[in-house]
Design a protein around this ligand. Structure first.
Ligand SMILES: [Zn+2]
Length: 286
């Protein structure tokens, strides 16, 4: 009910802001500079954070930095002026972020205990632990996207999956705040499917920390209501211009199930990035 109220509040806010026609302005903006800046900061800031704090703390601080940074960028370079979140909506999104952190912590702790138990049985932790970071981090991102991609696609097809995923598609705008609007059950299957493959391949802690920070940054960046695009880079990493199509209210446009990278969409035929500013109607399509 809270979410329905917040969506109603957002709709009221949108109406009060008048008839914004953002796509023309957005089309004139050549580059998504905040996203490019976040990508440039990922290595130096990540290095500093990992050097000065524990892995979980570093990734949490990085997520907060991304949320604050993109929220500020939305105020100065909005893609659509009528897509700013209301205070009520930000409150419910913050509550869901806390729930997601809890789910993430519980599942990771459970996975760690399982890994420790396996280790005591004398079994190998997997071969990816020996890979250099330059190979292990991109591999961890690609592998980490595969499970959530498959389950995300399933959630759009199967009523059971949609029941838990539709919350993310409820808002009729896309912005930094609702990047964390994910049902705890949806969050659980994302964390579990990602962690299972990571654990099977045996990635090292440092590689997973870098991959996690990249994926968190991407999950915020692709939802950010910021002008501009990534140009050819959008074929390599997730972008706001591609993800806006995923939130389209027209089912044939609502593709692009990947978040951090588009590779699995490209491999499995769900990639959709036509020329132009993107879908002008976002929200639930059923
Ligand atoms: Zn979706």
């Amino acid at each position: 009910m809270d979410c329905e109220r917040s969506v109603a509040a957002d709709t009221a806010l949108k109406q009060s802001q008048g008839n914004a026609t953002p796509n023309a302005a957005a089309a004139q903006e050549p580059w998504n500079l905040p996203h490019l800046m976040a990508l440039a900061l990922w290595l130096p800031v990540g290095t500093w954070l990992l050097h000065h704090s524990a892995t979980n703390t570093a990734t949490a601080i990085w997520l907060l930095m991304c949320l604050i940074g993109f929220a500020l960028a939305e105020r100065t370079r909005p893609y659509r002026a009528d897509w700013h979140p209301s205070v009520h909506s930000m409150g419910s999104d913050a509550a869901l972020l806390l729930a997601a952190a809890l789910v993430d912590g519980v599942l990771k702790h459970g996975g760690l205990l399982l890994a420790q138990w396996i280790a005591t049985q004398g079994q190998s932790p997997g071969w990816a632990s020996d890979w250099p970071l330059l190979v292990a981090v991109p591999a961890a991102v690609l592998v980490g996207e595969l499970g959530p991609y498959a389950l995300h696609r399933w959630a759009h097809i199967h009523p059971l999956g949609w029941r838990w995923h539709r919350l993310h598609h409820t808002p009729e705008q896309i912005n930094t705040s609702n990047s964390v609007r994910v049902h705890p059950v949806n969050m659980a299957w994302n964390v579990a499917s990602r962690g299972l493959l990571w654990w099977c391949l045996g990635f090292g802690t440092e590689a997973l920390a870098w991959a996690t920070m990249f994926m968190l940054m991407q999950s915020v960046a692709v939802h950010a209501n910021v002008r501009g695009h990534l140009g050819p880079l959008a074929w390599l990493i997730g972008s706001a211009e591609a993800h806006r199509w995923h939130h389209s209210t027209r089912p044939h446009e609502a593709l692009n199930y990947g978040t951090a990278v588009p590779l699995w969409d490209q491999v499995f035929g769900t990639w959709h990035l036509p020329k132009g500013p993107g879908s002008d109607a976002v929200g639930r399509y059923r």
